[in-house]
Design a protein around this ligand. Sequence first.
Ligand SMILES: Cc1ncc(COP(=O)(O)O)c(C=O)c1O
Length: 381
Amino acid sequence: MERILQTSQFYIPQGFIDLGLGDPQFSLLPLEMMHKAADERFCQNDPEFLQYGARQGDGVFRQSLAEFLSRGYAFPVEPNSLFITSGASMGLHLICTFFTRPGDIIFVEEPTYFFALRIFADHDLHLVPIRTDENGLVIEALEEKLAESRPKFLYIIPTYQNPTGHTLSAERREQLVSLSHKHDFLVVADEVYHFLSYAGQPPKPLAANIESGNIISLGSFSKILAPGLRLGWMQANAEIIQRFVNSGLLNSGGGMNPFTSAIVSRVLETGKLDENISKLITTYRSRITVMDASLRRNLPRFKYTLPQGGYFFWIHLPNGINATQFQRQAEIFKVGFRSGALFSSQGGKQDYIRLSYVFYEPDELEQGVLRLKQCLENWNS
Ligand SMILES: Cc1ncc(COP(=O)(O)O)c(C=O)c1O
């Protein structure tokens, strides 16, 4: 039987290099760190973390998380502004549950995170795409759409966007916040890549504006520690937080993930999270250098801006090549990627592909790029 590599969502046949995969490499998952943190927590001989948890999330954990965020964001984050989730995806699902009804209009970036599109489909939302460029969401395009309709919310990934890697400029952030007031809509800022910065600091997260009332910021341990923890947070003003805290879901089940929170609390208290982030940044930064050099050497007609953070290269294919067709051919050469149309709410972006560097070693990344080159040569002939 053919051996397969199993990741969270995909099966990869042996010898296949799936450059589309956005899951961290197994060797980058902090097994020992988590083992130690769990040991330490169990040795406290305090069973509280096995009880139903506080609805907003454990207070001690929120305090440690708030301290971590205050340092990282360079502005004070209040523990009370945090609501613990079991990941950004769950946060997004809850926001849809509490703030929308089927058929409601929401605005999304074009392109955007494809699994977010799946969550919105689960809630039968009507999506209106807003154009983006190298500086993120185009404010004039947003204004045009606002003249036509008012969304329940705008979903945006402001920093190191998935799939484009682009970051919303500081000026546009300000304009966006002011438009959210003028037109009275909620901004759901998915800020899961904020801490994975490889070249200087990004602008302040939209989380800086929660007190103004129209922003919910989503954060997650998936990209900075381990996705299997299913642990994240929402940051919002008191009124919004109460909406979640007072839900039937939380009434019945208590806070999300108290067990994991207690273990990750140890990771935060011992400064290990910062250590892990530094390691990831060093690793990903060097992989970007390798991949960029390999792409420029082998596929000079592939156009992209060098990722400054996050997980992805977003590449424009030459000569209007259709990415989905190219993907079929790439499979013959045992290399994969995500085709652009996946990320479009309208089936656009067909001449783009998304590559990632988080799952493979540098030599495998180079090998993957070489296979793409062979595929392209074959395509042209
Ligand atoms: C933009 C974005 N949001 C959310 C997620 C998923 O986050 P979580 O694992 O916290 O649910 C991802 C993962 O790829 C992502 O890219």
